[in-house]
Design a protein around this ligand. Structure first.
Ligand SMILES: [Fe+2]
Ligand SMILES: [Fe+2]
Length: 215
């Protein structure tokens, strides 16, 4: 398939996923939450995500031959740690311990699955294109939501600037490198896997943040 058409297909998969969340925004977006205790829980879970994102970007460097992708990965690893710092500081200001969080099993599975993706095309498709787009979509929605207090919005205004700064990168890289039918099929499956696992994580976070279940 012609690369541009192929990338559009992936972007449409992710957009459909995002739109399906509109009817009932997840706890991950902070929008449905009603207490600061719940909000701090979600922020701790998202602090874990920022750190795991840094792990993955940094860990992939050694097995990434493409020079310009390596540069993006290294910069992203640094940015994700800056996001982690912002959230950790905010949690402390609210009287919480940023590092007493036990990741949800579905969340661990999602990152481990992404970490196991074997090449640049699958990693960029599954992790950057699919995951970061969903995160950015929900951050924008949250920044517009009157139910979300400013102490949450503040760090995310900074975070979203970074994410929007390189929002087009995954599409450019896939245009360049996802050329063969086999690569495109693997990338498509990586996106599907990410969305299935993201859905499981969102559902788990809904239950745990509202105190309904351990995970
Ligand atoms: Fe981040
Ligand atoms: Fe990110």
């Amino acid at each position: 398939m012609e690369p541009r058409r192929f990338v559009k297909e992936l972007v449409d998969m992710v957009s459909d996923f995002c739109r399906a969340l509109d009817a009932q925004p997840p706890a991950y977006s902070y929008i449905p939450l009603s207490s600061d205790e719940q909000r701090v829980r979600v922020m701790k879970s998202r602090l874990f995500n920022e750190q795991r994102a840094a792990d993955l970007f940094g860990g992939w460097l050694k097995t990434t031959p493409e020079f310009e992708v390596r540069a993006v990965l290294a910069e992203s690893a640094h940015e994700e740690m800056e996001h982690a710092q912002l959230l950790a500081n905010r949690i402390r200001q609210l009287g919480g311990d940023p590092f007493d969080y036990h990741p949800l099993p579905a969340q661990v599975a999602m990152f481990n699955a992404m970490e196991g993706l074997p090449d640049t095309v699958q990693r960029i498709a599954g992790f950057s294109l699919a995951g970061e787009s969903v995160a950015t979509y929900l951050i924008r929605k949250m920044l517009d939501a009157p139910s979300v207090p400013n102490w949450i919005k503040e760090p995310y205004r900074r975070i979203t600037q970074d994410e929007e700064g390189h929002a087009s990168m995954p599409q450019e890289m896939l245009n360049r490198y996802a050329i063969t039918p086999a690569q495109q099929d693997a990338a498509r499956r990586a996106v599907a896997m990410r969305l299935i696992l993201f859905q499981a994580y969102l559902a788990s976070l809904d239950r745990w943040a509202l105190g309904q279940s351990d995970w």
